[in-house]
Design a protein around this ligand. Structure first.
Ligand SMILES: NC(=O)c1ccc[n+]([C@@H]2O[C@H](COP(=O)([O-])OP(=O)(O)OC[C@H]3O[C@@H](n4cnc5c(N)ncnc54)[C@H](OP(=O)(O)O)[C@@H]3O)[C@@H](O)[C@H]2O)c1
Length: 670
């Protein structure tokens, strides 16, 4: 039996998403003409279509699904309010309640929202741009006990808002990091697969990836790739997590992220081949505490480099992802379609069902049920300006007309600005690649001349964005003064964010023993084994590990194999016992103990300072690699079958390169 309709739904804005909502509401119908479950009827649609032909097209569309629904045209907010007044009054007279679904994408909606609030009419919206600019409406609806639901505003069909509001209602959130714009992620993924930047954008357009290709979105501009769209989303999430107001999501992209529009495939290569990282556009909101204990929030949307094995780097194509790190739950990750009419409409209609269910269960407290878990605004928590955000390190990529002493000159300016260089990275580049890099900075040059330009990259230590920008500004000024042409450097922060619990497992001594035996039995002649010590061990574990390694070394020696060892471990694992291992095997095989990247760096410095006296490599032969378990999948999952994820393969490559550098530095006895 069809249920009598008791709820009139009014849809404002029938574009891509509005039409999706109409189709989705219809899909709920039991048979062709019966009202929807829970007594929902699409009462009317208000749209703003100036063109007569388009109006006819919209009527036809609506007739296909809800022929009895009214279709009205309103050119602005006031006209929509006038129409709503009539609908609210009529519905009241008929004893029906109203829910408004706003799908216009407009920013001029403050009066309309106020009007719905004053009329006690619940509102559902996917309009993150409006909400992020008008966060006060969240408080106003909560205080007025009127439901305002916006699940579709962030992540389309991927659960985000309800997840934060309901699942983390009693938790203390530390960090939220998300891939929040499917198009930019799609562009990056395509570039990773070998597509040039321009072609990747074209492909995204061909696929009509919805949100960013709205008329006001010009992909060529900086504002798009470091997107106000995603910044609005992360601002909303920050508001839900901490009650803080991240403010204007639109204005100046430089104020909330670093430029992404110059990123080219070469940068992806530097990230992968030299750093073991991948580039992702990530929206981050995280709580930081300064040295005097004052809490504040960083909110930004920027291209960043993450270790290639990080879960967010596996989010491919137009998918979105949201990682939440909190005190009680640990780290969780959701991945799913972030846009498109179907997932977005489903989120909107699910919000509608939520309101109706809550109303059925708590008629007197409906607004409370839908909004109470939202944190009240917390103005005491300040949002840091993007310039003041500190990152763990940065990748800087330059393309400058080559001349002697260039790298040293740039390094000096960085040093004078108080920025420490970690490493200088250089890849081989074809003339075409250099040409492409020059074009990205609007510099043109024939392909023969392109070879006169030197692309190179540097990584630098922890600093604030302001400081790095200042240093890069000084570099550019100095090069301009000396008439050295070059393109604006690309700056990409190196971001350190938690991984999902359980995906990264510390390897205990037992596993180590097992691994070592396997390694020993597979090790032959001129090969070296790689032992992975990804975690920090306590002293008992360490000495046990050393015992095992010693025993293993002896076993290998018994087979007359040459032993070259890399210890990838925490700096403090380089202790007396390991030195002892080296001494014990001196002259009998090759044992190189080392290091995670931090300690490798330390050791490199110590070498430069002439302090690295005890570091020895006793034999050089061709280096081959025995992989521990003989398994190394794309993601670098070593021993995946036992649930370990150690390092991404690219990261492992990086360690090996570091090792080779150390090898080069080390004094090799004849
Ligand atoms: N597209 C996605 O995948 C996606 C995903 C998540 C969230 N969203 C959000 O969903 C909303 C709608 O996006 P969309 O892609 O559907 O946009 P769209 O295709 O441009 O549709 C918007 C519709 O609203 C109409 N409109 C604009 N201002 C109006 C007003 N003041 N009163 C009545 N109608 C008005 C537009 O008419 P005219 O064309 O004549 O201007 C158009 O028909 C946006 O807030 C967007 O951020 C979209």
């Amino acid at each position: 039996m069809p249920q009598e309709s008791t709820v009139n739904v009014v849809l404002i804005g029938m574009g891509a998403i509005g039409k999706g909502v109409v189709r989705h509401l219809h899909a709920f119908q039991d048979g062709n003409s019966s009202p929807l479950p829970l007594g929902i009827a699409l009462h009317s649609v208000i749209d703003c279509v100036p063109d007569q032909k388009d109006r006819a097209e919209k009527r036809d569309f609506l007739d296909r699904y809800f022929p009895s629904a009214g279709l009205f045209f309103a050119n602005d907010e006031s006209a929509s309010i006038e129409k709503l007044k009539k609908i609210f009054a009529e519905s009241k007279a008929e004893g029906r309640s109203v829910v408004v679904i706003e799908c216009t994408g407009s920013l001029e909606l403050a009066k309309l929202f106020d009007f719905c609030l004053a009329s006690k009419v619940p509102v559902i919206t996917p309009n993150k741009a409006f909400l992020a600019k008008n966060l006060y409406v969240l408080d106003a609806f909560r205080e007025g006990k009127v439901p305002l639901l916006f699940e579709a505003a962030v992540g389309g069909g991927m659960p985000t808002i309800k997840l934060l509001r309901d699942m983390f209602g009693s938790d203390r959130i530390r960090l939220i990091a998300g891939i929040l714009n499917g198009t930019t992620n799609y562009i990056l993924s395509a570039m990773e697969k070998g597509c040039e930047f321009g072609r990747a954008i074209e492909k995204a357009r061909e696929r009509r990836l919805a949100e960013p290709f709205r008329k006001d979105w010009k992909v060529e501009t900086d504002a798009d790739l470091s997107g106000p769209d995603a910044y609005a989303k992360i601002s909303l999430l920050a508001r839900l997590a901490w009650g803080c107001a991240a403010g204007d999501g639109g204005a100046d992209s430089k104020s909330h992220g670093l430029s992404a529009s110059f990123i080219r495939r070469s940068d992806l290569r530097y990230a992968k081949e030299k750093l073991g990282h991948a580039i992702r556009f990530v929206g981050v909101a995280r709580q930081v505490t300064n040295s005097s204990g004052k809490r504040s929030i960083d909110v930004f949307y920027s291209p960043v480099m993450l270790p290639a094995g990080h879960e967010l780097c596996r989010v491919d194509g137009e998918n979105n992802a949201l990682l939440i790190a909190s005190d009680f739950t640990g780290t969780t990750l959701g991945v799913g379609p972030g846009a498109g009419p179907s997932p977005t409409a489903n989120a909107i209609v699910s919000d509608l069902l939520y309101i109706l269910r809550e109303r059925a269960m708590h008629p007197e407290a409906i607004g409370l049920a839908a909004g109470a878990a939202q944190r009240a605004s917390a103005p005491e928590l300040t949002i840091n300006k993007f310039d003041d955000v500190e990152f763990e390190g940065y990748y800087l990529r330059f393309v400058v007309k080559d001349r002697p002493g260039l790298v040293g000159h740039i390094a000096k300016i960085l040093g004078d600005t108080g920025i420490d260089i970690r490493e200088v990275l250089q890849l081989e580049h074809t003339a075409e690649e250099i040409q492409d890099l020059l074009k990205s900075g609007h510099l043109s040059s024939g392909s023969a001349c392109a070879l006169n330009y030197l692309p190179f990259a540097m990584t630098v230590e922890r600093a604030s964005v302001r400081k790095v920008r200042e240093a890069v500004g000084k570099i550019m000024d100095s090069l301009a003064r000396e008439n050295v042409p070059g393109v604006e450097p690309v700056i990409i922060p190196l971001l350190d964010i938690p991984r999902v619990n359980g995906w990264q497992k510390r390897i205990g001594p037992e596993e180590l023993e097992e691994w070592s035996i396997e390694a020993a039995s597979s090790l032959q002649g001129n090969k070296f084994s790689v032992d992975l010590f990804p975690g920090r061990y306590n002293s008992t574990e360490k000495s046990r590990a050393v015992e095992i390694l010693n025993a293993e070394a002896k076993q290998i020696e018994a087979k007359n194999a040459c032993v070259k060892r890399i210890f990838l471990s925490a700096p403090d694992s380089i202790d007396e016992s390991l030195n002892q291992v080296i001494k014990d095997h001196q002259g009998r095989g090759v044992i190189v103990r080392v290091l995670n990247i931090d300690s490798a760096r330390k050791y490199l410095r110590r070498t430069e300072d002439g302090l690295l006296t005890d570091f020895s490599v006793y034999e050089t032969r061709e280096v081959g690699i025995v992989e521990l378990a003989g398994e190394r999948s794309d993601g670098g999952m070593v021993k995946q079958d036992r649930g370990y994820q150690v390092y991404g393969s690219a990261e492992l490559d990086r360690y090996i390169k570091t090792f080779q550098t150390l090898w080069d530095f080390a004094e090799v006895p004849k």
